[in-house]
Design a protein around this ligand. Structure first.
Ligand SMILES: Nc1ncnc2c1ncn2[C@@H]1O[C@H](COP(=O)(O)OP(=O)(O)OP(=O)(O)O)[C@@H](O)[C@H]1O
Ligand SMILES: [Mg+2]
Length: 225
């Protein structure tokens, strides 16, 4: 089953009389369970593309289908619900809510949608165990290390059984050791859950482990290697 179909995405930014083409006719199709990596130089359009693919931003032209549904022309409130239900997003910097504990942050996708916490009990236990967060659940984000914060962000992105997990350089803010730990946790979780994963990364060895890897150059999407 095709989980995600992005076709000929174009996104331009206009700054006064200057036009930047951030994404230039980029296409990507993702099958259920696939692990896709996107690499590319800084400024090549990776984040812009990923945000559009995940329904966090809209393209100037081109189409995005998530689980067969056109999300570009979806009404804002419907998109918000649809995206919240079927996708998880891990940002470069964790973007945790500072005044909520680790546990409250992890459960945010459930509480925000008025969902039943009991329904995710099993997944919560699994994520806490695999991400080694058991003794940190009542801490605030500022009381956690960078690696722990990012692990909480990963748990939050996976708590509601999303069809697709998007991650935009999830280890970009960490030192090498922490980055490697978080990356290997993310990939082993992905294998265990058979989770569809689309990840933007600078890490070429991580891209080597993906089912398919792409490289963005000046907004265009190329098959890597
Ligand atoms: N809100 C914005 N307004 C104007 N230009 C933007 C905006 N967001 C991105 N751009 C420009 O679009 C291009 C692509 O940016 P993008 O953030 O997608 O790149 P990236 O590949 O994710 O880079 P990095 O690896 O540094 O995160 C860049 O030239 C950037 O300056
Ligand atoms: Mg980026």
């Amino acid at each position: 089953m095709k989980v995600l179909e992005c076709e000929a995405i174009i996104k331009q930014y206009r700054l006064y009389d200057h036009v930047v083409t951030a994404v230039n006719r980029a296409s990507l199709t993702v099958e259920e369970g696939e692990f896709i990596a996107i690499t590319g130089e800084s400024g090549s359009g990776k984040s812009t593309f990923l945000h559009i693919a995940a329904g966090l931003d809209v393209p100037d032209s081109g189409s995005v289908r998530l689980l067969g549904k056109d999300i570009v022309n979806m009404k804002a409130d419907e998109l918000c619900r649809f995206r919240g239900k079927h996708t998880g997003f891990v940002f470069q910097s964790h973007r945790l809510v500072p005044y909520l504990t680790a546990l409250e942050n992890i459960l945010l996708p459930i509480s925000a949608s008025g969902g039943d916490q009991g329904r995710v009990e099993h997944r919560l236990e699994l994520l806490i165990d695999r991400l080694s967060l058991g003794d940190r659940l009542n801490h605030l984000p500022r009381e956690l290390s960078g690696g722990q914060q990012q692990r909480v962000a990963i748990a939050r992105a996976l708590i509601h059984y999303p069809m697709v997990l998007f991650a935009d350089e999830p280890t970009g803010n960490l030192d090498r050791k922490n980055a490697e730990d978080v990356t290997s946790l993310l990939v082993s979780l992905r294998d265990e859950l058979k989770q569809t994963l689309v990840i933007v990364t600078h890490d070429e060895t991580l891209a080597d482990r993906a089912d398919r890897a792409y490289r963005m150059v000046d907004g265009e999407m190329y098959v890597r290697r």
